[in-house]
Design a protein around this ligand. Structure first.
Ligand code: ADP
Ligand code: MG
Length: 312
């Protein structure tokens, strides 16, 4: 068994003079959820297409379970959900499912059982009889996801799995992905939503302009590239007569007192906050309100690129 489910080595891709991927390398261990986070045009779809073997790189190589991605056997291990749902509008949901099941050599009964279960989880169950031409974009995306999972692949490659979905549908897809992760699947996905990358991933790779700028666990990225967290404590009354230097000693990098609110810049709010409140309590200072502003992956992206990730 290969240690890495997916290996990308020095991959290059050009479209004419435009460099869509610039020497991208990454390794994804079995059972890990890895998200590529970057704005539109950063090269996510190009990279995923190369990983699944539908696009050839101009340089470098990809190994899936230690083998090239266009190897027929390898293909059966990959479930690929492209950015644009690959489903047929003139067929019903079920007919799409049975068409793809046949393509992947999945028994009709197995496909039926599996699709039922997945459609139930995604709230699509009652619509599978309906012609896909009548589906909303979000429903097509869900059907496309179901279809990509029919053959129970151990590696999932999902391109923007929740783009175009309403908030409750996004939640359903997240829950499904968390379940698949528990089952030990390896997931490589692309997203431009920082919350999605943050919640679902073991590793986030930050992409911009065809370059993989940084990769790590989301919390580590925030610690390394994000601003410090801010603990803001509104005191019951404006403090007089206390030594704030002493109060925050060893807890924060900087602080300032704005009227009755004390703001402290800290590395680890979960450790600092209880200590700070305890010190206030010891000094007989009552607390009205506590607020913690934590760094986000948006901050990480901004610090790395000088640009904003948000586009909607
Ligand atoms: P993302 O998925 O992050 O939005 P893409 O991989 O789709 O990024 O695109 C990366 C870059 O490559 C963009 O500048 C895009 O315009 C360009 N590009 C993508 N596909 C093609 C294509 N078929 N022909 C020419 N340029 C393309
Ligand atoms: Mg894309």
């Amino acid at each position: 068994m290969q240690e890495f489910a997916i290996v990308v080595e020095n991959v290059e891709k050009r479209y004419g003079s435009r460099r869509a991927l610039n020497n991208v390398s990454l390794r994804i261990r079995r059972g890990v959820v890895y998200s590529l986070l970057g704005p539109n045009g950063s090269g996510k779809t190009t990279l995923l297409s190369i990983v699944v073997g539908v696009l050839k790189p101009d340089g470098g190589r990809v190994l899936i379970n230690g083998r090239p991605p266009d190897d027929l056997d390898t293909r059966l291990h990959i479930g690929y959900c492209p950015q644009e749902p690959a489903v047929y509008g003139r067929l019903s949901g079920w007919d799409n499912i049975f068409f793809y099941a046949k393509l992947y050599g999945v028994q009709k009964e197995d496909a039926y059982r599996r699709a039922r279960e997945l459609a139930e989880a995604l709230g699509l169950g009652e619509y599978l009889k309906v012609r896909v031409g009548k589906y909303s974009g979000g429903m097509k995306k869900k059907l496309s996801l179901i279809v990509s999972l029919l053959h129970d692949p151990d590696i999932l490659v999902l391109d923007e799995p929740t783009t175009g979905l309403d908030p409750s549908s996004r939640r359903e897809v997240w829950d499904l992905l968390l379940k698949l992760r528990k089952e030990g699947k390896t997931v490589l996905m692309a997203t431009h939503y920082m919350d999605e990358a943050d919640i679902l991933s073991d590793t986030v790779g930050i992409m911009d302009s065809g370059v993989l700028l940084a990769e790590d666990h989301p919390e580590n990225l925030k610690k390394r590239y994000g601003p410090p967290a801010v603990v803001a404590i509104k005191l019951a009354e404006k403090p007089t007569d206390i030594d704030i230097d002493k109060l925050v000693e060893g807890l924060g990098n900087r602080y300032y007192l704005d009227e009755d609110t004390l703001k402290v810049y800290v590395e680890d709010p979960d450790v600092v906050l209880p200590k700070l409140v305890e010190r206030l309590y010891e000094r007989g200072i009552r607390v009205d309100l506590v607020k913690v502003d934590r760094p986000t992956l948006e901050d990480v992206f901004h610090n790395l690129t000088g640009k904003r990730l948000k586009q909607e």
